[in-house]
Design a protein around this ligand. Structure first.
Ligand code: BTN
Length: 243
């Protein structure tokens, strides 16, 4: 596994994408940076992390076995890999908040941004960007964020945590290659935050509504059971889980 360690970069995801347009990047190449000047989050947000205290890295995963509309399985495999790596460190009350935030004790400790590489309408690779809060202990009020150190109380070795995650990522990548989609989906759904619990959501008009998360639709959308027993599949732009 090739690892490129950088002191500072705009975004490890952007770096890997640019690299892949210039040369043949090996499967499982990792780019890790002590700090990012323009770290990217989901839906155009910024990912902020104090320099040298956290893991901000991207993995180049070659993909030849998925259709462009099957990308959510990469997301499932990545979430499961991180969940299991964190279990190894005894991080309590872990859950996966759809689509791929990792929570501990209801607070976000890890975010994932996956960008697919498409060539001639075919998916050829995925750039899996992972931001894990490790030794940072101060977070903006209202973010509902935490870190491994805040939760456990001790300092973590970044290389050790990175090693566990990449080990698990390799394991779960096999399930993608084998197209073991049911296995991935069942494991992912079993760890889903607030599954089958009455939850409040906000739609794009800012309106709040109640529903029960039921699971994941074939295309990765969130199936929510609404009033009158109607199940609606929402995508990330359409819905925000409030509590
Ligand atoms: C989220 O919004 O939850 C996703 C955050 C993903 C952040 C990681 S940090 C490493 C990689 N490079 C980026 O620019 N973003 C991802």
């Amino acid at each position: 596994m090739k690892t490129i360690k950088l002191d500072a970069i705009d975004s490890t995801n952007t770096y890997l994408r640019q690299l892949s347009t210039q040369e043949n990047v090996d499967d499982f190449t990792i780019v890790i940076a002590a700090s990012q000047t323009a770290g990217k989050g989901q839906m155009g947000t910024k990912w902020e992390a104090e320099k040298g205290k956290n893991l901000t890295f991207s993995v180049f995963k070659k993909i030849s076995c998925l259709e462009t509309d099957e990308g959510f399985y990469i997301s499932m495999a990545t979430s499961l890999a991180i969940y299991n790596a964190l279990k190894h460190f005894h991080i309590p009350k872990l859950a996966i908040k759809w689509p791929n935030d990792i929570l501990s004790e209801n607070q976000k400790i890890c975010g994932i941004l996956i960008e697919n590489v498409i060539q001639n309408s075919k998916m050829t690779a995925a750039i899996i960007g992972i931001g894990l809060n490790v030794n940072q202990t101060n977070f903006e009020v209202g973010l509902n964020a935490s870190s491994l150190k805040k939760i456990i109380g001790t300092h973590f070795d970044l290389d050790e945590v990175l090693f566990q995650i990449t080990e698990q990522l390799q394991k779960y990548s096999h399930l993608i290659t084998e197209r073991a989609f049911e296995e991935l989906k069942t494991a992912y759904e079993s760890l889903l935050f607030r599954k089958d619990k009455p939850s409040t959501f906000r739609n794009t008009n800012g309106e709040l509504f109640m529903g029960f998360i039921q699971g994941i639709a074939e295309d990765g959308k969130l199936n929510v059971l609404l009033e009158d027993e109607i199940v609606v599949a929402f995508d990330l732009k359409e819905i925000k889980l409030m509590y």
